[in-house]
Write a protein that binds this ligand. Structure first.
Ligand code: PMP
Length: 401
C-alpha cells in the first residue's frame, strides 16, 4: 500500500497561494517584548494586533513576581494539578479569581483552550444538550465535539433563533448555553439579559467564556456577568490569562460542587501538567494591579472610543463591535492579506482574519486597543490604514454610500 498522507497534504494549496503572492502574514517573529511598539526585522512596528488589553506584559511588578516565583518554585511543576503539580500559589490564585468574578470556587487549567476542551467535554453527557452561538470561539466548538451530548448552534446573538432552538428540546433534558462574553473577532457583547430570560424559561444553564471580557468590562474588569450585574444568572465563568492578565493559563469558576466535579472529570486538567509557577505568580501580580489601578481600564476605553471615532469618521465598516476589538471589514481574503502586508511594511501590525475564524465573506482586519497606546499612536495607525486601503483599492462604507 502506498502512503497517501503527503498526497493529501499537498492538496491544501491555500497557504502556498498566499505565500506565492508574497503576503503570508502568519508566524511573524517579534524580537522584542509584546508592547504598543514591537521590533520585527529590525524595524519598529506599532502593535495593534495584541490581546494585552491592559498593556501589562512588561509591567515591572509582574516581571518581578514572575522572577521571584522561579527562584522559589523552579521553572515547572512536572505533573498535573491532580497529582504532584499543585502549588500553594495555584490555590491562592483560585481563591482570588473566585472572589474576583463572584463565584464560590475556581480551578486553573494550563491554557484557556484547555478549559473549554475540558469543561465542555464533560459538563453535559449523553441525552443532554450544548447550545452554542455560531460565532463561539474554536475552543468551545472543539470542547463540544469532545462531548457525548448533542450540540445545537444558533445564529449569532439572534435571540429569536435561540428561542426557536430551545423550544424544540425535551423539557426534562439538561441544557447548557455556552457563549463568548465578548466575541473574539466581532467584538460585540453577548445579549446576556435576553439569554438569561430564555435560559430560565427553558431550564438551561449558562456558560460564559470571558477571555476577552476580563480586565475590559464589569466592575474592575470582572467580566460579562458583572457588566450586566447578573452574577447569579451565569453558572460557569471561564477566563484566560493570555490577554489582559499578561500571562498564560485559564480557569473556570462556578459553585463548589460544579468545580469539584470538574476537578475530577475534566481530562485536559487531570492529564496535563499544571500552570508553571512564573505564570501563576504573574497573574496574581496582574490581579493586584488591576484591582489597585482601575484607571487602566478607563484608559483602555478612552483609547477604544477614540479609535472607534476616527475609524468611523474615515468611513470604515466596524460592524456591531462594543469593545476594544475593532474589526475593520474588508470582505475579501486577497485584499485582507495585501492590506496586512502593506501595513506591516509601513510599520503597523494588525491581524488578518479570514475563514475559518470568520465566515469567508466576512474577512477583516482585527485592530485591537491596549490601555498603554497613546492617541498619537492611534492617529498614526488610522492614517496609515486609510492610505493603504486606498492603495489596495478597498472601498470603505463612506465611499460606497
Ligand atoms: N476563548 C476565547 C474566546 C479566545 O479568544 C481564546 C484565545 N484566543 C481562548 C478561549 C483560548 O485561550 P488561551 O489563549 O488561553 O488558550
Amino acid at each position: 500500500m502506498r502512503k497517501r498522507l503527503h498526497e493529501k497534504i499537498a492538496q491544501f494549496t491555500d497557504v502556498k497561494d498566499v505565500r506565492d503572492k508574497g503576503v503570508y502574514p502568519f508566524f511573524r517573529p517579534i524580537s522584542s517584548g509584546q508592547d504598543t511598539e514591537v521590533i520585527i526585522d529590525g524595524q519598529r512596528v506599532l502593535m495593534f494586533g495584541s490581546n494585552s488589553y491592559l498593556g501589562l506584559t512588561n509591567h515591572p511588578k509582574i516581571k518581578e513576581a514572575s522572577k521571584k516565583a522561579v527562584d522559589k518554585y523552579g521553572t515547572g511543576c512536572a505533573g498535573s494539578r491532580f497529582l504532584n503539580g499543585t502549588l500553594d500559589i495555584h490555590i491562592e490564585l483560585e481563591n482570588r479569581l473566585a472572589a474576583y468574578v463572584g463565584k464560590e470556587a475556581a480551578v486553573l487549567f494550563s491554557t484557556g483552550f484547555q478549559v473549554n476542551l475540558g469543561v465542555l467535554s464533560c459538563i453535559t453527557g449523553r441525552n443532554d444538550y450544548l447550545i452554542l452561538d455560531e460565532y463561539d470561539h474554536a475552543s468551545i466548538i472543539d470542547g463540544s465535539r469532545l462531548s457525548f451530548s448533542r450540540v445545537i448552534k444558533y445564529a449569532h446573538n439572534d435571540m429569536q433563533d435561540l428561542q426557536r432552538k430551545l423550544a424544540l428540546l425535551p423539557e426534562e433534558a439538561v441544557k447548557v448555553i455556552a457563549v463568548d462574553g465578548i466575541f473574539s473577532m466581532e467584538g460585540d457583547i453577548v445579549k446576556l439579559p435576553e439569554v438569561a430570560v430564555l435560559a430560565e424559561q427553558y431550564g438551561a444553564n449558562i456558560f460564559v467564556d470571558d477571555a476577552h471580557s476580563l480586565g475590559v468590562i464589569g466592575v474592575n474588569g470582572a467580566g460579562t456577568a458583572s457588566h450586566f450585574n447578573m452574577n447569579d444568572d451565569v453558572d460557569l465563568i471561564m477566563g484566560t490569562f493570555s490577554k489582559s492578565f499578561a500571562s498564560l493559563g485559564g480557569f473556570i469558576a462556578a459553585d463548589h460542587e460544579t468545580v469539584d466535579y470538574l476537578k475530577h472529570r475534566a481530562r485536559s486538567l487531570m492529564f496535563s501538567a499544571s500552570m508553571p509557577p512564573a505564570s501563576v505568580a504573574s497573574v496574581i501580580a496582574a490581579l493586584d494591579i488591576i484591582e489597585a489601578e482601575p484607571e487602566r481600564i478607563e484608559k483602555l476605553w478612552d483609547n477604544t472610543n477614540y479609535a472607534m471615532k476616527l475609524l468611523t469618521e474615515e468611513g470604515f465598516d466596524l460592524g456591531p463591535t462594543e469593545s476594544p476589538i475593532l474589526p475593520i471589514y474588508i470582505r475579501d481574503n486577497d485584499k485582507t492579506f495585501a492590506v496586512t502586508k502593506l501595513l506591516q511594511d509601513n510599520g503597523v501590525f494588525v491581524n488578518p482574519v479570514v475563514s475559518p475564524a470568520v465566515p469567508s465573506d466576512s474577512s477583516l482586519l482585527r485592530f485591537s486597543l491596549m490601555a498603554t497606546h497613546t492617541f498619537a499612536q492611534i492617529d498614526e495607525a488610522v492614517d496609515k490604514i486609510s492610505r493603504v486601503f486606498k492603495e489596495v483599492g478597498v472601498t470603505t462604507v463612506k465611499e460606497k454610500i
